[in-house]
Structure formats: structure tokens, C-alpha cells
Design a binder for this molecule. Structure first.
Ligand SMILES: *[C@@H]1O[C@H](CO)[C@@H](O)[C@H](O)[C@H]1NC(C)=O
Ligand SMILES: *[C@@H]1O[C@H](CO)[C@@H](O)[C@H](O)[C@H]1NC(C)=O
Ligand SMILES: *[C@@H]1O[C@H](CO)[C@@H](O)[C@H](O)[C@H]1NC(C)=O
Length: 376
């Protein structure tokens, strides 16, 4: 156990007290991650028509939404969150990675300015990068930036409250079906392996954006719509395991991929082997999931199976089913609720990309729900 903390011990205060604090931190971290079950909502801010942060925080509270994902440490939003009790997953945008990866001093400054300066905000996770393209110049910066942010949290005495992670896209997987065959692409091993080892050693979850919506759109011929919308259905047997929804299948594929990359046989380092024997595979937190709707209300009511998945009714069905199924565990992690963030609070008209990217919102800018969805 002490071995696996060697990288943090190098930078955290090297005395007995600090060791005890880390051990206590580990215990707190374990309890933190085993009690969370609520569903949060992503507050994407790329909209020209969005309410002010105070109104957004009020809307979260009115609807009993207790967790927020925010993509950057926007000061007005952090001020509005102060004292709200809302737990926060805050992101670090790619543009900040070069500085943070280059020098511990920049990470110390960042933690001081963006985290420690807001003692009334309940920070829970820092996501270092979101869906970073592994072919981009930012990819090699993610892991060193994560280490520096973690060390800075240690310096500030905050590492037991706030987990450091990164948010991945599931296209890092080479194979995802059956879920037991889930494996990362060998071309991204250099990227993901040190990250998953770091998460294991700091007892932090991997964040993954999980979209049955896109999986279905890419393979409509082979995927049943009820299975993709998480509706009660007859299910399928995948690799001898029964699955009744596509969300569980994707989550378990990521678990399988993490297990494989942490397996001692695939490792060259002895510390990895020692840690693998004593420490569990990181948990998965779903940092985004959701369903788009058409740009304008459709002319007539549409039903499941009408052909086009992109309907208000399908979005309502998907997100309501998601609320229900994440309370339970997947076949690989039975009984373990899956902390999940619905994407997103509002439509974002300034988002680039295909039209559907701009219509994942669950609320209209005036605070009215786009369709009924109850948080509980
Ligand atoms: C929020 O929770 C309170 C207390 O449990 C409940 O009375 C209220 O109806 C809930 N609001 C919504 C929008 O679900
Ligand atoms: C990832 O980055 C590479 C290199 O810059 C680029 O060619 C590729 O299109 C990018 N992929 C995506 C999905 O943006
Ligand atoms: C999808 O599954 C549902 C429920 O099991 C079933 O009623 C329906 O016929 C299936 N649809 C297709 C296209 O196979």
C-alpha cells in the first residue's frame, strides 16, 4: 500500500503525520465513493440564451439535482454554487494542460485560485481534460497534469475530498461486445495505462462518457431500439452474461478493459504487479449520458419504433430509464449504483458539430422542463 503511494509521497510532506493523513484520506475516499448514487446533470455553458449562473443553481435546487458537472472553473458559476450544497465535478479545459503538465508550480497556482479560493463549494472531482483526442498534442499532457493537480491537492490538504481523473470517450475501446471482451485499443495503451494505474493508486474513479444513443445510431441494424433506450425488453446474452440494456453493456466493457490493462501479465513494472494484487480496479463514474431531441417540436406525437431515434419521446424514455437503472449495478458490479451525469442541463446553440449535438438539453432556457424527468 505504501509502495503504491510512492509518487505522492515524493511531493506530499514526508513525515509520519502525512502518511497517517494519506491513510485516513484513503478511508474517506473509499466511503465517499461507495455512498454516492444520485444522478447529476452537466451544466454545459455553450449557449447564447442561457440563464445566469444564480438562476441555474436555483433550478438545480428546485429540481433536487444534487450534483453538477461543470466543464471549466467559471468564476461566476463557482460563486453561485457557494453554500448551495451541490457537489461539483469541475473540468480543466485542454488549453490549460500545457502549463499544468509543464510545472508543478502552475498546478499549485491553479488549485489555489480555482479550488481553495472557494471553500463553500463542494468540489468532488477534477476532470483533467474531456474526451482528449489521443492523436492531439494535448494527449501526452493529461497524465502529467493529473499528477501535478493531485500533488497540489496534497499540498492544500484537499486530496481526501477531491478525486483527480479524466473523462474518456468510449471509442478508446477496440472491442466492446461481448462486454467481457472489452479492451482498449493497443494504440492508446501508452495514454490510458498510466492513467488507470494512477486512478487505482489514488482510489479515484475513471470518468467515461457513455452514449447508447451514438452506439445505436452507428449500428441500428444490430441493436434493438428498446435495448438502446433502456426499456424493459427481452434482453440478450452477450458472452454468456444476460444484459437487458445497452448502457450496462458499455459500462461493463469499460470495466473489462480496465481489468485487462491492469492485469500483471501485461505489465512491465513490478510496482504495478504489487498494486494489482492488493488494489481493486477503479470504479467507473459516467460523466455524461443523454439523448438528443429534434431542433424544433415535431409536428405530431412520435412513438418508439417510428424509425427516427431522435425524438422528444425517446429522450424522455431514455433519461427516465437511466435514472432507474443507475440505482442498480451492472452484471459485473451487481448492487453497486453507478454515479451518472445526464448531458445536459440546456440545449447549447453555440456547440460546434452536427445539429444533434446542440439539442441534448433537459430544460428550456426559461427553466421549464423539455419533457417530464424527476430527480430522486
Ligand atoms: C424535491 O424534494 C422535495 C422534498 O423531498 C419534494 O417535496 C419536491 O417535490 C421535490 N421536487 C421535485 C421537483 O421533484
Ligand atoms: C484527432 O487529432 C488528429 C490530429 O490532430 C486529427 O487528425 C483527428 O481528426 C482528430 N480526431 C477527432 C475525432 O477530432
Ligand atoms: C426489440 O425488443 C422488444 C422487446 O423485447 C421486442 O418487442 C421488439 O420486437 C424488438 N424489436 C426488434 C426490431 O427486434
Amino acid at each position: 500500500m505504501a509502495n503504491s503511494f510512492s509518487f505522492s509521497m515524493a511531493t506530499c510532506r514526508k513525515n509520519l503525520l502525512s502518511t497517517i493523513m494519506i491513510m485516513l484520506g484513503l478511508l474517506i475516499t473509499i466511503s465517499r465513493h461507495s455512498t454516492v448514487a444520485e444522478v447529476g446533470v452537466c451544466y454545459g455553458r455553450l449557449g447564447s440564451n442561457l440563464p445566469c449562473p444564480e438562476a441555474v443553481v436555483a433550478l438545480y435546487k428546485q429540481n433536487n439535482i444534487t450534483k453538477m458537472r461543470l466543464y471549466d472553473p467559471d468564476p461566476p458559476t463557482l460563486r453561485a454554487l457557494g453554500g448551495s450544497g451541490i457537489e461539483l465535478l469541475v473540468g480543466i479545459p485542454e488549453a490549460d494542460l500545457p502549463d499544468l503538465a509543464q510545472c508543478q508550480c502552475h498546478a499549485n497556482d491553479w488549485v489555489h485560485a480555482k479550488i481553495a479560493s472557494y471553500p463553500n463549494v463542494k468540489f468532488r472531482y477534477i476532470a483533467v481534460g474531456n474526451e482528449v483526442n489521443t492523436s492531439s498534442m494535448y494527449a501526452p499532457l493529461v497524465f502529467p497534469a493529473m499528477q501535478h493537480i493531485y500533488n497540489a491537492l496534497c499540498e492544500a490538504g484537499l486530496e481526501s475530498h477531491i478525486a483527480v481523473s479524466t473523462s474518456i470517450k468510449t471509442d478508446l475501446l477496440e472491442k466492446s461486445s461481448p462486454p467481457s471482451d472489452g479492451v482498449f485499443k493497443s494504440s492508446v495503451s501508452w495514454y490510458i495505462k498510466p492513467i488507470v494505474e494512477f486512478l487505482r493508486d489514488t482510489n479515484a474513479p475513471l470518468l467515461a462518457n457513455v452514449y447508447p444513443y451514438f452506439a445505436y445510431m452507428n449500428d441500428m441494424e444490430n441493436i434493438n431500439l428498446s435495448f438502446a433506450l433502456l426499456q424493459p425488453n427481452s434482453g440478450v446474452v452477450l458472452g454468456c452474461v444476460y444484459y437487458d440494456n445497452l448502457f450496462y453493456a458499455i459500462v461493463d466493457a469499460v470495466y473489462s478493459a480496465m481489468e485487462k490493462i491492469l492485469a500483471p501479465s501485461s505489465s512491465g513494472s513490478s510496482t504495478t504487479a504489487a498494486s494489482a494484487a492488493t488494489k481493486p480496479t477503479p470504479k467507473l463514474t459516467v460523466s455524461e449520458s443523454g439523448h438528443s431531441t429534434p431542433p424544433k417540436p415535431p409536428p405530431k406525437p412520435q412513438r418508439v419504433g417510428d424509425g427516427d431515434i431522435n425524438t422528444v419521446e425517446n429522450a424522455r424514455i431514455y433519461n427516465n430509464n437511466l435514472m432507474r437503472i443507475v440505482k442498480k449495478g451492472t452484471p459485473k458490479r451487481p448492487g453497486a449504483p453507478i454515479e451518472t451525469y445526464i448531458f445536459a442541463m440546456f440545449d447549447e446553440d453555440l456547440k460546434p458539430g452536427p445539429e444533434y449535438e446542440r439539442h441534448f438539453g433537459i430544460f428550456l432556457p426559461d427553466g421549464q422542463p423539455k419533457y417530464p424527468l424527476r430527480f430522486y
